[in-house]
Each structure stands twice: as structure tokens, then as C-alpha cells.
Design a protein. Structure first.
Length: 395
């Protein structure tokens, strides 16, 4: 089945004036936002997508790009292919920012795409392969506002307050969370111009965010797209009507947008989320419900302090560290103060216990009652009970 690269082959010759902007176009721009534009697009500069692609590949080769061990390594390839199409070649790239600050646990990047019609798509980059980026994802569970969320609001207010253009916000993974948050909490003059907000398998929010006027205002304009086996997109809380789609991958690797299946101008729809996705959803919600904000903060601090002790700054360094990384993590755990070690261990055990319970309940819910047994002479009739219906969360 086709993905967004094949979509560019099939429909790249159709300009937006003939067939308007759609959800697949959104994913293309969100994926392109993973491109490292350092040395290509300076602060305050704007550049056509054609020139940006040319400049990028003057600095990097396709062979170099393909050798990277990153799930978003194909972002520059999508950029290059889009720049060669009639549909995307007149887009202007603007207002690129990229910030990674371990001191305040922030990883933030955004870019604007201005179409000839004047409409602007603001893309927020999702979590990259930096450890600080993944730590900020964990912070979503106990912080009312992360550094990245605050930066997203500041970004749109500083760059787009005084323009009259219609706008679309979007992003993949954490970028989807930032897109929704920025739309909900940006200046009201900007929010009025936002036509749609795309969350492409982006996590949700703490409950108090859902009660704000800004979130309620923007909610009808949010388009949430998640794969069947979504793991990231079902974390925390939201009130989205999810568009569930097919992926060519399995389980957690469905998070990669390059695996999302496309047919014509849309994604291939799926009936519902997989059992795996629903089990993880229930497990995480129940586990988090047993923890206070302080518990969640402590767990995050202990987990990432152990990772920091290895000296690894990226997920690549962790995965490539082999036995040494594992040895360093074990040593870090043993070096924890006894009370912290006990606390961390209990939280992990509780997660495993809840996960096992959810799996068992799910299995029991699928067992159908046996056919009635004929009463045998001199024997007591067995008592039959109806199997419990599985408790599936609303899509």
C-alpha cells in the first residue's frame, strides 16, 4: 500500500487551486518539519521550498541521510520530492526555530509554510532523538505547562499576531500536542484565523487543560489522526473524534508516519484501534491514576537521572551503547539512595501488575460462554455464567 512518497508521485501534479489542502498534505508538511534546517534557513529568513531543498542537499547527501538510524530520517527526502511537484513547489518556508536546552528540559522546533493562496501552515516538530526531548514528553504527565508548550504559544504570538492570513496548525507526535496547545492558548486574534489543527498521533493533556475556554473553542477544529495500534496518540486525556487509519507497520512502529497508508487524497481508514492499543491505554491510565503529580515527577527524575549517568545525549547513543549502557544503568540504580530505589522499584512493579490485570481482564472478556450442558443422570448441573463484555474506551 502507498505512503506519502507515492502520494507525491500520484498527485503531485495537482495544484491546491484544483484540489484543496487535505489530511495527507498536512502529514507531508508535519514530516518535513523533522528536517534539520541548520545552515539552510537562518533566523528571520524565508526561502522557497525549491531553494531550501537544493541548499539542504548541497550540505548533505542522500546516502548520508539514508544511513541515519532515525525514524524520521526520510524527512529531507520528503522535502526534496515535494519540492519537485507542482503541488508544493511554490510554498515558502519561514520562521524556522530549533531549540534544545537540557537546563530547562526543552526541545522545541517549528517552521511556517506559506502557500501562494496566503494560507499558512505552522508545523511543530515532534520528539527528536535527544534524551531531553523524551524527558519533556514525560513532563506532560505532571506539569501544567511544559517549556515546549510555553515556547509554542510564544512562537505563534511573536510571528503571526500581526498577519491577517488564514492558518492551519499541525504536527506529528509531541508536535501534535504543541499544535493543539498553541492554538488553544495563543492570542485570540490568531485563534480566530485558525481553520484547522492537525494532531498526527499526538498525546493528550492533563484534565485541567480540557476545561479551559481556549481548548473548548479550538476543539471543533481539531483533526486527530492515529494508527490502529496507536501508543503515543492515546496517552493522557483528550476529547478528539479520532480518525483511525491503517499502517504498513506493526505495534509501536506504526507511530512512524512513513508507514501510514494512503489511497487517493486520503488515508486508508480502519474500523477501530487494536487490542494492543486499548490495553496500553487502560494500563497507562490506571497506573497514572495511582500516582500523584509528585509521584510522577519523582519517577521521571529517577528514570532520567539514571539515563543521564550514562552520558548518553541521544537515543542513538543509548541503543548503540550496548553492554556498557546497560551496565551504567544498573550501577546508577544500585547507587540510588535506598528509599529512592525502593520508591522507583514499587512504581515499576505497580505498572507491571496493572498491565497483567488489564491483559487478563481483556482475555476474559473475549471468552464466550460454553454451550448449555445436558443434565446427566445422577450428576449436578454445572452453573454457567456469561462472560464479561470487554471494557473498551471510546474512540
Amino acid at each position: 500500500m502507498a505512503n506519502i512518497l507515492e502520494y507525491l508521485d500520484w498527485r503531485g501534479d495537482i495544484p491546491f487551486a484544483v484540489d484543496g489542502f487535505n489530511s495527507v498534505d498536512n502529514l507531508i508538511l508535519a514530516q518535513m518539519a523533522y528536517t534539520d534546517f541548520e545552515g539552510v534557513l537562518g533566523d528571520g529568513e524565508s526561502l522557497s521550498i525549491v531553494d531550501a531543498s537544493k541548499k539542504y542537499f548541497e550540505l548533505h547527501t542522500e546516502e548520508e541521510v539514508m544511513k541515519r538510524n532515525l525514524f524520521f530520517k526520510l524527512a529531507p527526502i520528503v522535502l526534496k520530492k515535494a519540492a519537485e511537484t507542482a503541488r508544493f513547489r511554490n510554498i515558502i518556508l519561514e520562521n524556522y526555530v530549533n531549540i534544545v536546552d537540557p537546563d530547562i528540559e526543552e526541545q522545541f522546533s517549528a517552521i511556517g509554510y506559506r502557500r501562494p493562496s496566503g494560507e499558512i501552515y505552522v508545523a511543530f516538530r515532534g520528539t527528536d532523538n535527544t534524551v531531553v526531548g523524551w524527558r519533556e514528553d514525560f513532563n506532560l504527565s505532571f506539569m501544567s505547562e511544559t517549556a515546549g508548550q510555553k515556547r509554542a504559544v510564544e512562537y505563534v504570538n511573536s510571528h503571526y499576531l500581526d498577519v491577517a492570513n488564514k492558518m492551519i496548525f499541525g504536527g506529528h507526535s509531541k508536535g501534535g500536542n504543541l499544535a493543539v496547545y498553541a492554538a488553544a492558548f495563543c492570542d485570540e486574534k490568531i485563534r480566530k484565523r485558525i481553520e484547522r489543527v492537525y494532531s498526527n498521533d499526538g498525546p493528550g493533556f492533563r484534565e485541567e487543560i480540557l476545561e479551559t475556554e481556549g481548548y473548548k473553542d479550538i476543539l471543533p477544529r481539531i483533526i486527530s489522526i492515529i494508527p490502529e495500534e496507536s501508543i503515543v496518540g492515546i496517552l493522557l486525556s483528550n476529547e478528539y473524534d479520532n480518525q483511525i487509519i491503517k499502517s504498513s507497520a506493526k505495534f509501536v512502529t506504526q507511530h512512524d508516519p512513513m508507514t501510514w497508508q494512503v489511497y487517493g487524497p486520503d488515508f486508508v481508514s480502519a474500523d477501530k484501534r487494536s487490542a494492543n492499543s486499548r490495553i496500553i491505554d487502560k494500563t497507562m491510565m490506571k497506573w497514572l491514576s495511582t500516582m500523584s503529580d509528585e509521584d510522577r515527577r519523582v519517577f521521571t527524575d529517577l528514570l532520567f537521572s539514571s539515563i543521564d549517568s550514562t552520558g548518553a545525549k541521544t537515543l542513538n547513543e543509548i541503543s548503540e551503547g550496548g553492554v556498557k549502557i546497560i551496565s551504567d544503568l544498573i550501577k546508577s540504580f544500585k547507587d540510588m539512595e535506598p528509599d529512592k530505589q525502593q520508591e522507583f522499584s514499587e512504581m515499576v512493579k505497580r505498572l507491571i501488575k496493572i498491565g497483567n490485570e488489564v491483559v487478563m481482564n481483556s482475555v476474559k472478556g473475549k471468552i464466550k460462554p460454553m454451550n448449555p450442558i445436558k443434565k446427566l443422570p445422577g450428576k449436578t448441573q454445572p452453573k454457567l455464567t456469561k462472560a464479561a463484555e470487554p471494557d473498551e474506551p471510546k474512540e
